[in-house]
Ligand binder design. Sequence first.
Ligand code: 5CA
Length: 446
Amino acid sequence: MRLTRYFLPVLKETPAEAKIVSHRLMLRAGMIRQASAGIYSWLPLGYKVLRKIEAIVHQEQQRAGAIPVLMPTIQSADLWRRSGRYEAYGPEMLRITDRHGREMLYGPTNEEQITEMFQAYCGSWRDLPKNLYHIQWKFRDEVRPRFGIMRGREFLMKDAYSFDLDREGATRSYNQMLVAYLRTFERLGLKAVPMRAESGPIGGDLAHEFLILAETGESEVFLDRDLVELSLGERAIDYDDAAQLQEIFDQWTGSYARTDDTHDQALFEAQVPEARRVTARGIEVGHIFYFGTKYSEPLGATVTTREGDKVAVHSGSYGIGVSRLVGAIIEASHDDKGIVWPESVTPFQAGLVNLKQGDAATDAACEALYGKLAAAGLEVLYDDRDVRAGAKFATMELIGLPWRLTVGPRGLKSGTVELTARRGGATEELSPEAAVARLAQIYRGL
Ligand code: 5CA
């Protein structure tokens, strides 16, 4: 993409209304525009990142056995009356009346809708287990929408719903999602830790929230240093192997206890030696719930067991804040010049800076390199504007592309271009071919 043809409305000034760094940087880098309180348009650069995060979430959900569907945003109030949540959900729910006077709502979550769909088609133990998910916009009329897309009113969520015959099956489904989340967040370059949590209006007796550690996190957390260092890495996961899933669950949530301010500080201190205690702040990017038969009973989601008995299915729901993740990644990865994207979600894989726009030889070298990068399958933003080099560097740093190629007359004399890492700023001089090969290698498999 040539910058002169793109739509990248970067701001020089820091917007006064933005209180946290991700919100400031998203506005300055031209990623989002507020449409009304807590409701945003995604500008091209922001939309690209959102789509990349979405793609990783899709991949990891399907690897874990979840099946993609798409449910509507608008739901019928009657369905929610059947589960008893229509009144209980309170003013956070956006209630709408259609032209026939029928009460509708903009879905804040989809437990009712999916359970209704499940019970319409599934009636036997043979239909189980099932895990269906979608990535769809939600609306919650938050009292205080703030921090940009981090706490929006309209936001994009991945929500998965599992159906099992009994608690044992549901535990396996729960663990599948827990492990899928660990993988998803690792691929996004985030350190996420699962924490035992309250289930709130979703209900149920087992829930974990996934917190990513960042200075600006909303909640204070106390954790075991060993947990911060834990990683799945390249570990091969077999999502059909309940024992392996349980082992990972135990490893991440078990005896290395940690707590936030809603939990028992004394218990934490009893379990974790002082030398290993870490205090940090966390941003909630995911939340998983096991709620037994809370929705299946009132909505009639029953199956016939092998023995011929009729039982309500055990279910769970599993959310990821897809749009919130864009901000969370920035909170976790930025410096005083701007964003530092992890390679897995960067809007462009590299930036190309022409130091002497209008100089025939430099322009030709840039064009040739741009062509080679495209041929290698790399997504490049070519800054072909007729502005000072300093302004080009500042834009590249602000928008956070992990790699920058710089082409100027001096390097061209010796047949080289510069390849600079956004993180750390190290620069190498390479032939254009070697630079393309390096980048292709970095992005291989991502
Ligand atoms: N039905 C369950 C799981 S599918 C559910 O709704 N869970 S939730 O309420 O915890 O939301 C799931 C995730 O959505 C949260 O972990 C958070 O990352 C994200 N989220 C929730 N509210 C907002 C909001 N107002 N703005 C942005 N993201 C949000």
